[in-house]
Design a protein around this ligand. Structure first.
Ligand code: ATP
Length: 236
């Protein structure tokens, strides 16, 4: 498997306050990888560095074989990284259909790009809500829409930032099931989260950060046998 995203020892600061002190992360083509860590560990900052929103001042970030740590955010997005952001950020005054269509692009040059009908098949609830405005949706529906919208860009890499935060257990399950389906279709996914137990069966590879540093990485088998590790670094 080729490496799609490779982060090596990035250092990132907000003004004079350094937050990342050497984060490493590898996401290989076709795998589901996770970035785990407690609140404040530096997960969102790592994501912001990948996107060029909080550029790293040390280390390297490569995507699809190209160095991106000094690229602009829009250029990085156009290379095929799509984010499902924490808090979802869908357009409240566009309908579900308009929210989806507004993002349509074929960034990975797929021969079978995502179409509206495919998104509605993945999330039948969005089909029922096609004409509803973004602000009329429940939290779970907004999250499905945010995922659908990201898929409509046909990304090489889909990144979910705390995708199930604040959702009911039932909706959370629905989101994890959707990720399983996407994985089966070969979509490369990076999940940033705290729900280790849910992610062990779903993901291939895990990286744990603590205070802005990588403290552990390994596959699901190793992580499932290392309850002490995840209780130490991710336990809530
Ligand atoms: P959470 O799950 O709470 O979002 P996280 O692992 O994503 O946690 P970050 O949001 O990356 O963590 O925050 C890492 C550290 O950087 C924290 O100590 C936080 O207070 C600090 N930080 C985050 N954003 C800023 C900012 N804009 N300016 C200064 N410090 C910040």
């Amino acid at each position: 498997m080729t490496t799609m995203l490779e982060i090596e020892k990035i250092a990132t600061s907000y003004g004079s306050s350094q937050v990342l002190f050497g984060v490493d992360l590898h996401v290989r083509q076709g795998e589901v990888a996770t970035l785990l860590g407690r609140n404040g560990a530096g997960k969102t900052t790592t994501l912001r560095s990948i996107l060029g929103l909080a550029p790293a001042h040390g280390g390297k970030i490569s995507f699809m074989g190209k160095r991106i740590e000094h690229m602009s955010t829009d250029k990085i997005a156009r290379m095929g990284i799509a984010i499902v952001p924490e808090g979802r950020q869908i357009f409240p005054n566009l309908s579900v259909r308009e929210n989806l269509v507004a993002f349509a692009a074929n960034r990975n040059l797929s021969k079978t790009p995502w179409m509206l009908a495919d998104i509605y098949q993945l999330f039948p609830r969005l089909a029922e809500r096609a004409d509803n405005m973004g602000n009329q949706l429940s939290g779970g529906e907004q999250q499905m829409l945010a995922i659908g919208r990201a898929l409509m860009t046909n990304p090489h890499l889909l990144i979910l930032d705390e995708a199930t935060e604040g959702l009911s257990p039932l909706i959370r399950e629905e989101i994890w099931t959707c990720l399983k389906k996407l994985r089966a279709q070969g979509q490369t996914i990076l999940v940033i989260d705290k729900y280790v137990e849910k992610l062990i069966p779903l993901a291939d590879h895990h990286s744990i950060i603590e205070r802005g540093k990588l403290v552990w990485h390994g596959d699901s088998d190793r992580l499932s046998q290392s309850a002490d590790i995840w209780q130490k670094y991710v336990g809530v």
